[in-house]
Ligand binder design. Structure first.
Ligand SMILES: Cc1cc2nc3c(=O)[nH]c(=O)nc-3n(C[C@H](O)[C@H](O)[C@H](O)COP(=O)(O)O)c2cc1C
Length: 186
């Protein structure tokens, strides 16, 4: 079984990628395959609502979504991380989310997969919970099954991530609950 780890930050080597790297280590240790989708090095244009994917499983935008669609479709679970930008998720992650309407319109291909979310901000109470809710909305609308950190809503951290012990615990707990849930399905 495979877990796709998505970082929605535009910054290579930034806090979201550090948080996601922590998850990747845990998931690998627990014996799961992984896919790494780091939006800092991928080009994902926003959806234009052209309607092409209503008629066939095709998107006319030529960018990295082609490869991302395959990774999403072949994964059993997702852990999605976003920086808090003005109290919500990044534009880069929103662009990815909107483009996945192709998978919903062509057979609800993400339905039943397991999802978990993480958010990191510059302030302790900067909008992480709302950002996680926005990620959860994407998961719900695809029919995914959502897990948190078995205490609250998922990974919630403040930058710099490496100094945030409390936040790191929510990230580790979220990764472990995701693996526990997948192991029940094996
Ligand atoms: C445009 C912009 C808006 C931001 N808005 C918020 C915010 O509303 N709340 C907050 O806590 N941090 C905010 N931040 C800080 C980022 O969430 C923070 O720098 C985050 O850790 C970046 O993650 P990264 O290092 O992975 O890119 C904002 C940063 C930018 C660039």
């Amino acid at each position: 079984m495979k877990i796709a780890c998505i970082s929605g930050s535009p910054n290579a080597g930034g806090n979201n990628e550090k948080m996601t790297d922590m998850v990747l280590e845990i998931v690998k240790e627990r014996g799961y395959g992984t896919d790494r989708i780091f939006l800092s090095n991928l080009r994902v244009e926003p959806c234009t609502d052209c309607g092409t994917c209503k008629k066939s499983r095709d998107c006319p935008i030529d960018d990295d979504m082609k490869d991302i669609y395959k990774k999403l479709e072949t994964s059993d679970a997702f852990i999605v991380s976003s920086p808090v930008f003005f109290g919500s998720l990044s534009a880069q992650l929103k662009a990815l989310f909107d483009r996945t309407i192709l998978l919903r319109r062509n057979g609800f291909l993400l339905k039943g997969k397991i999802g978990a979310a993480m958010a990191i901000g510059g302030s302790r109470n900067g909008g992480q919970e709302f950002t996680i809710q926005a990620i959860h909305s994407w998961m719900h609308i695809h029919g995914m099954v959502i897990v948190g950190d078995a205490s609250h809503f998922g990974g919630i951290a403040v930058k710099p991530f490496e100094s945030d012990k409390e936040g790191s615990k929510t990230v580790k707990d979220t990764a472990n609950i995701l693996c526990d849930t997948l192991s029940r399905l094996k």
